[in-house]
Design a protein around this ligand. Structure first.
Ligand code: PAZ
Length: 337
């Protein structure tokens, strides 16, 4: 197995380390799904953020990508507004629903606060109250209802194991069936360094003299393997009845439609949302299978519809989620979308 470069999902899970906390996380998800199901809820799994690809087992260095989790966190809020229960599978420290409005350096939370000079009591600056109030109200309501389950991961390996575990719960015999949706917005690495070739400790440069097998003449060489295409077992094995939405990100706009169509033909799921890196907050394209639609090179027939940030809407996710809820309703009713 040491020289393997392409993995099936089975050979991946047979050879790559199972996270120690996996069973506890999946068991939490199972209990929560049972509760939400007993309340008659629809459940959406939202995946969000980037994935880290460790270069060392005691991870000091890693490869990563740009995703801050804006799409996932924003969409989760709109799904909650449509009365969905949300499993939020996200990269640790990426944006979270509700708190995203006051995160990091763009709109820091401390800037909302003021101190009374006499009593030292802390309060919200009145100029911020009208923005904060509806967000805080929704945050507290959702907490009270327990309809948002947060599941963090860091590495691509943790992501893959959790996606499998959560999907098997949602799609299993006591799962949520057609009332489940999968909204796969995380930007998942296509490449990883398998455990067998990963340095145990921090890769040493030895002050210019190579001390590690991957460093020669001061140059670090990485040889990475392909992450298996996880959509196939998701669609074919883990959750046969769920409504599955994957995302396709491209930087060359001419690839957006062909690549989205190719993904749909290959995996046979319900919808691919194509987005261009620079225009992703303004427009996305829905690509769906359709009898009588436009024939692609792959032989399948597709319907394409653009969703654009509309007048009076602050965020494109509001429109994306509105469209998906309609399609999911048709899916639940057993009709063709
Ligand atoms: O996290 P973000 O809002 O900055 O970006 C969202 C996104 C572009 C990562 C997402 O919309 C997406 O396309 N995810 C899938 C990427 C891919 O694997 O092709």
């Amino acid at each position: 197995m040491a020289d393997q470069t392409t993995y099936t999902t089975d050979s991946y899970f047979e050879t790559q380390e199972r996270p120690a906390s996996l069973d506890a996380e999946v068991s939490k998800v199972r209990d929560w799904v049972t509760t939400m199901k007993s309340r008659g809820k629809r459940i959406v799994l939202v995946t969000s953020g980037g994935t880290s690809v460790p270069l060392e087992k005691n991870m000091v260095r890693f490869l990563d990508n740009f995703s801050a989790g804006t799409r996932g966190a924003t969409s989760a809020e709109y799904f909650l507004a449509h009365s969905y229960a949300v499993i939020f599978l996200h990269r640790q420290h990426s944006l979270l629903p509700f708190t995203r409005h006051y995160s990091h350096s763009t709109h820091p939370f401390l800037d909302l606060l003021q101190i009374d000079p006499v009593t030292s009591a802390i309060s919200v600056d009145p100029s911020s109250t009208s923005d904060l109030l509806p967000i805080l109200k929704r945050h507290l309501e959702v907490k009270e209802e327990g309809t948002l389950l947060s599941v963090p991961f860091v590495t691509v390996n943790e992501y893959l194991w959790l996606l499998k575990g959560v999907s098997e719960v949602m799609g299993g015999p006591n799962g949520i069936g057609r009332k489940g949706m999968f909204y796969l917005a995380a930007a998942v690495s296509d490449f990883f360094l398998p455990g067998t070739r990963m340095s145990e400790h921090k890769i040493q440069s030895g002050n210019g003299v190579a001390t590690d097998s991957s460093v020669e003449n001061g140059r670090l060489t990485l040889s990475m393997d392909q992450v298996p295409k996880i959509l196939r077992p998701l669609v074919e094995e883990w959750t046969k009845e769920g409504y599955i939405v994957s995302f396709k990100l491209e930087t060359d706009p001419s690839l957006l439609l062909p690549k989205s169509r190719a993904a749909l033909s290959r995996y046979g799921h319900q919808l691919v949302i194509g987005n261009d890196l620079h225009r992703r907050k303004l427009e996305v394209v829905f690509v769906e299978p359709l009898a009588g639609g436009v024939a692609g090179e792959e032989g399948g027939k597709f319907k394409e519809s653009w969703v654009r940030l509309g007048e009076g809407k602050k965020e494109i996710e509001e429109e994306i989620v509105e469209e998906l809820v309609k399609r999911h309703t048709t899916w639940i009713d057993g009709g063709k979308v």
